[in-house]
Design a protein around this ligand. Structure first.
Ligand code: SF4
Length: 507
């Protein structure tokens, strides 16, 4: 047995084709991004397709394009063509990492794709996904969205068993657990089941072998994952429905919490649960901010939920004003809902430069001082002399809100009333969102009045917790709301708590 060996694999990376006995990952990290502060950073987007006869890499490319909002640090696509794995991944946006030449090399019948923002492991190319593992002649590529809360424990367990790690990601932990179970004489299906029974936390996983496409979702269903079919009835798995739409696939259903879905080359779908206790706790922040507004949740668009949040916010925190504007783009649906409910005119007031994205060019000191203006520019003739309601989806550290208020004030706004379509974020997320500790959260340390003073708004109001749940039309039990309530639906190991909740322990 050679638990770390990998048979011949063709890897494309950094625009070269490498043939390697070991799946080494080559490449140099590009310069760090200079993107402006964006407090919430989503973990990842995943995609998989089983479509013999189709250009699966190109379909994966476009699906990742639609999932770009879920991670902008790195991306990758792996394809299987018989026993060969073709693979390319790198730091950067989907449009920066792939080109025609690279896609042409990624031939095959099944593809797995990934867009990443790092929540475990640094932003280096060795942590990019999909990752590849092998046991004897079974090669597996895996892509993951979420965060394991017991990753350290599992990693130590695997190291004791002789496994070596090439990255710092919990995704590699999952992949090596599957190899361990294969080594324990399980068939592939049982090995995957046994491996995920050991995993605690949030994980929406797509993995593939040369003959199977597999989807796995944690028993709480924290991160989204759905199944669709192409016009030729070939199966597709994606983090969000917007990735199905872009390639003309139809939405079939969600991967259920605690479900493993196996899809064969002839499109047979086999589904089973790998745990007996299923207790969905979907991340409510997917509805508020993370997911794209044109994706759906329980049959309704995310846009619909965001508008409802805005309506509820208007009922709870009305204000007399000339215009309702939004912090684009994520605040816009809630602002429209707020305006409709308040019977106030909605107007664009801050114009977003949609082409800022990520750049590898560092702004000069002079530009850095202009700060948010690289991204948002005010419409002075709308704002000057007016009472403005400005709606945003959340306040995390408070710095962006402060800059926006200053921008509006400098543009001549008479009054600025900030309205937030989520309750105060007071607790860190352990399930795949990059908020490391309570120290980073302005609402953990300050009252609403203090935050109002800090951001220098005339008034600041948040939607209530009850109002947020009411807007979804679903029960509180359906959701994880831990970053507002501190009630974590999946138990957090003590070593993680110690690091992340230190503000609470210090006071
Ligand atoms: S803690 Fe917040 S961001 Fe994290 S999963 Fe729960 S609701 Fe989502």
């Amino acid at each position: 047995m050679d638990i770390n060996a990998q048979s011949e694999v063709i890897i494309t990376h950094n625009h070269q084709t490498l043939v390697s006995e070991e799946a080494e990952i080559y490449g140099s990290a590009k310069a760090e991004s200079s993107s402006l502060e964006h407090a919430w950073k989503e973990a990842c987007g995943v995609f998989g397709i089983m479509a013999p006869g189709e250009d699966v890499a190109r379909l994966a490319f476009f699906a990742l394009y639609a999932l770009q909002h879920r991670g902008q640090e790195s991306c990758g696509i792996a394809t299987f063509s018989n026993d060969n794995v073709f693979w390319h991944k790198d730091l950067g946006l989907v449009s920066q990492v792939f080109n025609e030449e690279i896609l042409a090399k990624l031939s095959g019948d099944v593809a797995v794709g990934h867009t990443r923002y790092s929540t475990t492991g640094s932003n280096s190319v060795c942590n990019a996904q999909p990752i590849l593992v092998a046991y004897k002649d079974i090669k597996i590529v895996l892509a993951h969205n979420g965060n394991l809360v017991n990753a350290t424990e599992l990693r130590n367990y695997l190291i004791l068993k002789g496994y070596k790690f090439e990255s710092a990601t919990d995704s590699e932990v999952m992949a090596k657990l599957i190899v361990l179970e294969l080594n324990n004489k399980n068939d592939l299906k049982s090995a995957i089941k046994e491996a995920f029974k050991k995993c605690k936390g949030a994980y929406s996983v797509v993995l593939a072998t040369k003959d199977n496409l597999v989807a796995v979702r944690d028993p709480d269903g924290v991160r989204p994952l759905c199944i669709g079919t192409t016009i030729k009835n070939q199966h597709v798995i994606a983090s969000e429905t917007c990735a199905l739409d872009i390639i003309g696939a139809s939405y079939k259903r969600e991967v259920a919490p605690g479900e493993i879905v196996f899809i064969t080359r002839d499109q047979k779908l086999d589904s089973s649960l790998f745990v007996s206790e299923i207790k969905p706790h979907h991340c409510i922040f997917e509805l508020i901010y993370f997911s794209r507004p044109d994706s759906t949740f329980k049959g309704l668009s995310i846009y619909h939920f965001r508008k409802e949040l805005g309506r509820q916010l208007a009922r709870e925190a009305p204000v007399d004003a000339d215009y309702v504007i939004s912090v684009p783009d994520s605040g816009t649906p809630a602002a429209i809902g707020f305006a409709e409910e308040s019977k106030l005119p909605f107007s664009e007031g801050l114009i977003k430069n949609r082409y800022v994205g990520r750049t590898f060019i560092q702004p000069s000191q002079m530009l850095r001082e202009l700060g948010i203006r690289l991204k948002l520019n005010p419409l002075r003739d709308i704002i000057a002399g007016k009472k403005i309601v400005v709606v945003d989806d959340s306040i995390v550290r408070g710095n962006t809100s402060r800059k926006i208020v200053k921008l509006l004030r400098d543009s001549g706004a008479k009054e600025i009333h900030m309205r937030i379509s989520s309750p105060p974020v007071q607790w860190p997320c352990f399930y795949g969102i990059d908020i490391d500790s309570r120290d980073q959260l302005i609402a953990a340390k300050n009252s609403v009045d203090e935050i109002t003073k800090f951001i220098e708004a005339d008034t600041l109001k948040y939607i209530s917790h009850e109002g947020m749940i009411k807007s979804t039309g679903l029960s509180q039990d359906t959701f994880c709301t831990a970053c507002f309530s501190g009630k974590y639906p999946i138990e957090i190991p003590q070593e993680l708590e110690g690091a992340k909740l230190r503000y609470e322990k210090a006071t």
